[in-house]
Design a protein around this ligand. Structure first.
Ligand code: 8YV
Length: 309
């Protein structure tokens, strides 16, 4: 008998086919899982942003494993999972470069006005209407990175190649050559003009990028967030962009996805993405293979390839 699992977010077709070959795969609607199915569910495959809502976990008495197709664990109650003996896995390593690329892509798009110029050419306006406003130089900027894990360090490598100076804050000094450690976020923001959020989500980082941090970046400053929307006080961000006390924001993540405040969508100071930093064919394949490998190991009684510590 195939084990029964829930698939909470779509994955690549080739990955879903392999899941279906090994498991009975249920795709629940948001209203929840029918009671007769709930009692048979032993595994969940989910995304980092989606996680497992607590009421859903409560409704699955036989749940054994949650395989996250991502690296963020903030949308899963890890303490409760441990208490219930539910194992949790992620997909570390394989998405680092893509997420760092997205941070740089957002920064370039924002400072050089790429979306606006693209619209200008597409509209046939070139030669007929004034050119878009000049952009801003990327090289020579001072980048502050909030959260210097694997993704933060991959961003630093790229930013240095773009001729930027790098400072960062984290729980501790990681003694990284060429990167200045600053013990707190507000001091970091005061010393840079480009703040990139690459920290973990969850209670410990909620709203840490607040009005004071945004004000410290200033009117020529920009914020890039490829981590979690919960880390930024979104109301304060809207206020700073609207008042022009912050120069701009490049955002891949939002506080209440998929809802994006109208003020962010309408702002000429933003470049927005629908949580796409790991969304490449190559990376989603590698992530999906790790999800498959973790589920297979669990149901075969072998050690998990990438468990959450
Ligand atoms: C994915 C993520 O977009 O790694 C994470 O935690 O949020 C992203 O890589 C997501 O997991 C897929 O839905």
């Amino acid at each position: 008998m195939k084990p029964e699992i829930l698939l909470l977010e779509p994955m690549m077709d080739t990955i879903e086919k392999q899941l279906e070959a090994a498991y009975v795969v249920h795709r629940p609607d948001p209203a929840g899982v029918p009671a007769d199915v709930a009692g048979r569910i032993r595994g969940i495959a989910t995304g980092g942003g989606t996680g497992v809502p607590r009421p859903l976990m409560d409704s699955l008495p036989e749940l054994e494993i949650i395989a996250i197709n991502g690296i963020g664990t903030d949308a899963v109650d890890l303490l409760e999972a441990r208490r219930r003996g539910i194992r949790v896995t992620t997909t570390p390593g394989v998405l680092t470069d893509d997420v760092a690329d997205m941070a740089m892509g957002l920064l370039l798009a924002l400072l050089r006005g790429l979306p606006e110029s693209d619209r200008y050419v597409r509209a046939g306006a070139w030669g007929h209407a004034p050119a878009p406003a000049l952009g801003h130089r990327v090289s020579g900027r001072r980048m502050g990175i909030f959260g210097m894990g694997h993704v933060g360090q991959a961003i630093a490598v790229r930013a240095r190649a773009f001729g930027m100076a790098i400072a960062y804050t984290d729980h501790q000094d990681k003694n990284l050559p060429g990167c200045a450690f600053v013990p707190d976020l507000l001091t970091l923001a005061r010393g840079v003009d480009t703040l990139v959020v690459a920290a973990s989500g969850g209670a410990g980082s909620r709203n840490m990028v607040n009005a004071a941090v945004l004000a410290a970046l200033g009117p020529a400053g920009v914020l890039i967030n490829i981590a979690r929307g919960s880390i930024v006080d979104e109301a304060a961000l809207v206020a700073a962009l609207t008042a022009g006390t912050l120069g701009g924001a490049g955002l891949d993540v939002f506080a209440h996805e998929p809802d994006v405040p109208e003020a962010l969508r309408a702002s000429p100071r933003t470049v927005l993405q629908p949580h796409r930093a790991s969304a490449t064919v190559e990376t989603r394949l590698a992530m999906g293979e790790l999800v498959l490998a973790n589920l297979a190991a669990h149901f075969a009684g072998r050690p998990l390839p990438t468990p959450v510590a």
